[in-house]
Write a protein that binds this ligand. Sequence first.
Ligand SMILES: Cc1cc2nc3c(=O)[nH]c(=O)nc-3n(C[C@H](O)[C@H](O)[C@H](O)COP(=O)(O)OP(=O)(O)OC[C@H]3O[C@@H](n4cnc5c(N)ncnc54)[C@H](O)[C@@H]3O)c2cc1C
Length: 416
Amino acid sequence: MPLASPLASPPAPAPATLETACAIVGAGPGGLMLGLLLARAGVAVTVLEKHADFLRDFRGDTIHPSTLEVMHELGLLDGLLALPHTRAPRLHAEIGGRDVTLADFSRLPTRCRFIAFMPQWDFLAFLAREAARHPHFRLLMQAETQALIEEDGRIVGLSARTPQGPLTVRAGLVVGADGRNSVVREKAGLAVESFGTPSEVLWMKLSHQPDDPPYTMGHGGPRQGFVMVDRGDYWQCGFVLRGQSYDEVQAKGLEAFRASVAAVSPLPPERMAEVRSWEDVSLLRVRIDRLTRWWRPGLLCIGDAAHAMSPIGGFGVNLAIQDAVAAANRLAAPLKAGTVSDRDLAAVEARRRFPTKATQKMQLMMRGKRRSNDATRRNGPPAFLKSIARWPVLAHLAGRLVGLGFRPEHVKPNGG
Ligand SMILES: Cc1cc2nc3c(=O)[nH]c(=O)nc-3n(C[C@H](O)[C@H](O)[C@H](O)COP(=O)(O)OP(=O)(O)OC[C@H]3O[C@@H](n4cnc5c(N)ncnc54)[C@H](O)[C@@H]3O)c2cc1C
């Protein structure tokens, strides 16, 4: 049962024009964290979100140790962990019929040595509630950004659609935190580089029974391409489509689909009867891309808007949060003074470009070469999975990379 969002009620009427130091498009993990950090530092910030609430499709429920550390630095960890969640001190996979620890967080130099699994809407509602305690924070739900306002080559604001009519926001800085299909990056004309081949994942829920395997996440060997996330009373399962489209899968019929999933799932085949129709299956297109430049005068992109992440390894939420911390650390003071320069924006990108590139490389490596299901069975798991299976000590290294990332960010004590 999701937490009641404080924002589920009808939005307060918005004035037709408003001014703010920073306008953030998108109340996902990146946008809300940046809004919270800037408001805490005394910057007038307005976050615009196109949806009416945070209840949406499965978008990744992982909160990594480095994000939990950020929450601790903000004094919000205990409040967050008081919400219903499950903990994974290790991630497992089945490789060649063996249960292998892929990533071990037990030796991390952090307060929390586990990944917390929590519905993303609960995490977002928590961030929004905490941000709303700061007088400089404003969140406009059902405010869909449609265009940017440019004057003399500089972005100076945006226009949005709201239930009350069109809204114009003038801002010292516009931040695109509007995810992988970012309108901001498109309207700003920022160039995108894509990596690897896009893939499709079918997500479904299967009940969690007492005799089920103890994996928190599993893929590898013949079961490569099948992911299970323990959500307490159910498994959130992802089935990666290899060498066929969703249309082709649907054309073969539900029974054939149930059989294909049962063949790679460690759960009893009868469990697939819980998928009663295609309505129980949701399709997600996964791609990895990155802006060649994350900013323009007056505008910055962070999170998936700057670099769409694949769900592999569950890095995306964490990276968006880390971008937000780096951006707040660098930009809070100039935003307050009204002096944000191109140099400040370039500095945020320079700080976050390396960890982003390295993480995306790792995701591409973890995915291995794209092969058909049959070829996958013949060729087995990618080399790095075989190495972890052979040398368990590597699981601690993997735990560090997955849990903390390549460049963990820390909240400035004075708010920036
Ligand atoms: C199937 C799937 C599973 C995943 N699993 C995981 C996982 O387990 N762990 C993990 O860390 N990552 C996972 N990811 C990746 C993760 O979801 C993203 O990397 C992460 O959410 C990025 O955060 P963000 O704040 O940048 O953008 P988003 O979370 O995409 O948030 C963007 C927000 O902007 C809003 N928005 C969009 N356009 C507009 C507009 N025009 N005006 C106003 N608002 C707008 C959207 O409604 C949304 O609220 C997964 C991704 C997918 C597709």
